[in-house]
Design a protein around this ligand. Sequence first.
Ligand code: AP5
Length: 217
Amino acid sequence: MRIVLVGPPGAGKGTQAQFIASELTIPRISTGDIFRYNVTHNTELGRKAREFMERGDLVPDEVTIAMVRDRLAEDDAQDGFLLDGFPRNVPQAETLKKMLAEWETRLTIVLELVVDEDEVVRRLSGRRTCRRCERVWHLLYDPPPRDGICGDCGGELFQRDDDSEDTVRHRLEVYQDQTAPLIAFYADEGILVGIDATGPVEDVTSRALATLRPYVR
Ligand code: AP5
């Protein structure tokens, strides 16, 4: 299956992507995670992406698309993948469509996580991520057993630089301007399905898997 997860910042894409990818045994490809890894390790790609990410702007398409093309060409993505955070605007979606057509394939489904803006702000302000295993926690909704320490691996938890209040507000504007038009794009393609992404994480996962299962071949 070739799946795209779409939704505003904080909708729970990363949280759900890990469960869905593991259940369907396909790789999860998160452009945000790949960029953050490269920023942390100060690679050439990280140096190109850093300033855009810090402001909450999109990294330029030529940088992002080249990175995704390389990742999708890897062996583990040949039989399916779950894209989290890409595409992020209509030009990226059109390029992805062409790229997959060159490889004689196409997207199976685009799953939209539907959450309102107030909930998204609550989720992002409480998010903490593990430096070691990248597990995502929430101070209220999914608290780690010990303050500042990952309950899975014991790593240190940190707050993402782009989760400050001003940057979150800007990321939401960028989403409305540039990413929300993807909803109409994929509805026109006939492959968009939206699910309610509010409520407990496990309930959202059940809804997502119930939506995706009929497409599993
Ligand atoms: P990216 O990392 O993709 O950020 P994002 O889209 O803003 O999404 P987030 O990671 O903030 O949220 P999420 O939906 O994954 O939510 P999560 O599961 O963590 O991108 C970061 C930056 O990279 C961009 O700003 C841009 O600069 C650059 N970039 C990336 N892709 C790009 C592209 N294609 N083109 C150009 N630039 C690109 O959940 C959030 C919190 O809520 C967590 O604490 C979680 O525990 C909690 N939570 C989750 N589900 C629930 C629930 N059901 N109930 C209660 N709490 C919940």
